[in-house]
Design a protein around this ligand. Structure first.
Ligand code: CO8
Length: 258
């Protein structure tokens, strides 16, 4: 796939900036957005020249959810039989880091998409919510689980049961977002942060991401073992030798990705 209609993809040196672009539907996530996003992310993950991605939306909406108009005609058999949202799981399997830069609404599937990214940078205008209950349904792509992990049971339960939105400051206090930046600086700040990550040794980036994610899948002792194995494994890389030599010689490291 080369020409996208619902997203824009731009490479800024080693950073891939993906912008959701369905303004008339507040970036609602329909099947076309999913297909285009997965295609762009697969290309990013496979490209050795790219080190970190940023996903953003517009000033008004990161994404206002799954496309309600597309879903409204669907019944149980079609939804269950086609495993309708399963493609989004592929999104969460991206190996290189992906940052969500959220301004405006991140609701339903939009909040879930942001939480599938490795971390969220929020504009001061960001609003997060899982309002699916108002449509007589529920989060369908991990929202109930990832929100509970991020903000704890009390806030997750209140948000999922009432559909209330959480503003940027509350989201930062609750641990849903890593930082708040002024809306006007959001994309530049996210790209700058992504460039910092993309400037690190590529194998170390993959390993660091994998081990933090393991904290959500494994008991502590097993997670610590997993970390140690990856840590030991990095000592088999040329970049580890280079990284430590560069420190001693007071110069920047030159990474090979090996
Ligand atoms: N789907 C389809 N169209 C949408 C959506 C959506 N989720 N959200 C907004 N739009 C459309 C509106 O229908 C409207 O279109 P039109 O001009 O043709 O009527 C246009 O975008 C602008 O929207 P509004 O006029 O409503 O704008 P407002 O500023 O008045 O309100 C809101 C903004 C508060 C964001 C409002 O649009 C809203 O409540 N949207 C729906 C939010 C919602 O319920 N989201 C959850 C959807 S269900 C879901 O996500 C299930 C997740 C399952 C997994 C998904 C994996 C990705």
């Amino acid at each position: 796939m080369s020409a996208y209609e619902t997203i824009h993809v731009e490479q800024r040196e080693r950073v891939t900036l993906i912008t959701l672009d369905r303004p008339k539907a507040l970036n609602a996530l329909n099947a076309q957005v999913l297909a285009e996003l997965l295609d762009a992310l697969a290309a990013f993950d496979a490209d050795e020249g790219q080190g970190c991605a940023v996903i953003t939306g517009s000033e008004k909406a990161f994404a206002a959810g799954a496309d309600i108009k597309e879903m409204s005609a669907m019944g149980f058999a079609e939804m269950y039989g086609s495993n309708h949202f399963s493609g989004w799981e592929q999104f969460a399997r991206t190996r290189k880091p992906v940052i969500a830069a959220v301004a405006g609404y991140a609701l339903g599937g939009g909040c879930e998409l942001a939480m599938m990214c490795d971390f969220i940078l929020a504009a001061d205008t960001a609003q997060f919510g899982q309002p699916e209950i108002k449509l007589a349904v529920s989060p369908g792509m991990g929202g109930s689980q990832r929100l509970a992990h991020a903000v704890g049971k009390a806030k997750a339960m209140e948000m999922v049961l009432t559909g209330r939105m959480m503003g940027a400051e509350e989201a930062e206090r609750a641990g849903l977002v890593s930082r708040i930046v002024p809306a006007a600086d959001l994309v530049e700040e996210a790209v700058k942060t992504a460039a910092t990550i993309a400037g690190m040794a590529p194998l170390a980036v993959l390993a660091n991401k994998e081990m933090v994610n393991a904290a959500f899948e494994m008991p502590l002792a097993q997670g610590v073992q997993f970390e140690r194995r990856l840590f030991n494994g990095l000592f088999g890389s040329d970049d580890q030798t280079e990284g430590m030599a560069a420190f001693v010689e007071k110069r920047p490291g030159q990474w090979k990705g090996k």
